[in-house]
Design a protein. Structure first.
Length: 427
């Protein structure tokens, strides 16, 4: 175990390709330069591997994680059956249950290099058990991970009488972000009203906004324009995030092109969740079948900030998931056809720096002098190679402390009696 006070990481490869040493003092990055003089008591030889800022999970639901099959599995594979099953599981939530599953999921994430997480937590409940638990978890893990809690009314702000109040109560209790789900409000008018209410609350309590927006294949689901308009008028801009926005993939191009201009003006962030939405969406299509993902490539080409999330790990919406952000980036790369080299590199950015921008944590994120020494090390030499091979994260470091390491798999061959040991980096 390497202690946090003083340390030099030797022979690091940065994402820019530069070869440098990195000096850590009292948990912060003190110097980045080629061949720093030997003066730290401890050294870690990185052997030319890639040193990156940590992965960022910008959209997950920790309250429902690890509940797949409880009380039953999702047979239709739709968002709506998922909401129904979750509605059956919700009455069984206790603090101990939520805490155990959230901590287990966070540990999965941290061991794979994710140190910054934004979780949505359902507040459409009779009480705020899950929300209060996640706020406690946020404090309990703060020395290791940064957790942002979104107060998320899964059944709509106006679906039941008490939810609007519970949403506000969640903010009073300390939720970091106001959430919403306008496409699931009972009427279009309620959806519009819910977006206005979310902006009102965000301004009153000085919180960020992250709305589940237009997560449906309906080309008439158009709450994104309402979110953009509110972001422009309020000036909240980059403090606002639109999650999912899968209907954007179904809009006609005439409307989509007009909207893109408004989105550029708004400067809001986008989160796509390709693993989930490639399975949830398109369920009412026969063939041709839609891909159920927002216009990630075009948003990125228009200079808008797009990050990626897992959304689910083993829950009523998605029974798979291992906490690996590279699975998410890899799926995005394929489904959005981002196969050009710059596009592949951008998919890596979407689970790192772009996620940090969505979370508005850039002041504490990145490999820069003075910032906390939070970093991960890949046995690979470029973003491209990380995504092509998807190796495990070799080292995870928090404020100069090594908190997790994973040994690479070694393949052993037996060929005509000779043993060959192949380095996994040769694959
Ligand atoms: N709730 C929702 O509205 N949409 C989702 N994709 C999940 C939960 C996972
Ligand atoms: Fe979600």
């Amino acid at each position: 175990m390497i202690e946090g006070d003083r340390l030099i990481l030797r022979d690091c490869r940065l994402l820019t390709g530069e070869q440098v040493d990195i000096q850590v003092e009292e948990g912060r990055i003190a110097a980045i330069a080629p061949q720093l003089p030997r003066e730290a008591p401890r050294e870690l030889n990185v052997q030319g591997h890639l040193v990156s800022p940590p992965l960022v999970e910008s959209h997950i639901h920790l309250d429902s994680a690890l509940t797949a099959g409880e009380p039953r599995y999702n047979q239709s594979g739709t968002l709506f059956e998922g909401i129904q099953i979750w509605g059956e599981r919700k009455p069984q939530l206790t603090r101990a249950d939520v805490k155990q599953r959230a901590m287990a999921t966070l540990k999965q994430l941290a061991s794979q290099g994710v140190l910054f997480v934004r979780t949505h937590v359902d507040v459409s409940t009779p009480d705020l058990t899950a929300l209060q638990t996640l706020l406690e978890v946020r404090e309990a893990i703060q020395d290791c991970m940064t957790l942002q809690v979104v107060a998320f009314p899964q059944d709509g702000i106006y679906g039941e009488v008490q939810t609007a109040e519970l949403l506000e109560e969640a903010l009073k209790l300390g939720a970091d972000v106001v959430g919403g789900i306008p496409h699931y409000e009972l009427t279009r008018e309620d959806g519009v009203r819910s977006v206005h209410r979310i902006f009102e609350l965000a301004q009153q309590y000085e919180r960020l906004i992250d709305i589940h927006c237009d997560e449906i294949d309906d080309d008439q689901s158009r709450f994104l324009e309402v979110v953009a308009a509110c972001a422009i008028r309020s000036g909240l801009g980059e403090r606002v995030t639109a999650s999912h926005t899968t209907a954007f993939g179904s809009y006609n191009n005439a409307y989509a092109n007009k909207l893109m201009g408004f989105l550029r003006r708004s400067q809001i962030n986008f989160v796509a969740n390709p693993l989930i939405n490639i399975t949830l969406q398109g369920r009412t299509d026969t063939y041709p079948k839609r891909r159920g993902i927002t216009r990630v490539k075009e948003l990125w080409q228009n200079g808008l900030n797009v990050s990626l999330g897992q959304d689910c790990i083993q829950d009523p919406w998605y029974s798979l998931g291992t906490g690996n952000m590279l699975d998410v980036a890899y799926m995005a790369l394929h489904v959005c056809q981002m196969t050009g080299i710059e596009e592949i590199n951008a998919c890596y950015d979407m689970v790192t720096t772009h996620g940090a921008k969505t979370l508005q944590i850039e002041d504490n994120y990145g490999l820069e002098i003075g910032k906390p020494a939070n970093l991960i090390i890949w046995q690979a030499d470029s973003k491209f190679e990380v995504l092509r091979r998807r190796p495990p994260v070799r080292y995870v470091m928090v404020r100069g402390r090594l908190i997790a390491q994973t040994q690479p798999a070694i393949t052993t061959w037996e060929l005509e009696g000779k043993r060959l040991n192949l380095e996994p980096s040769n694959h």
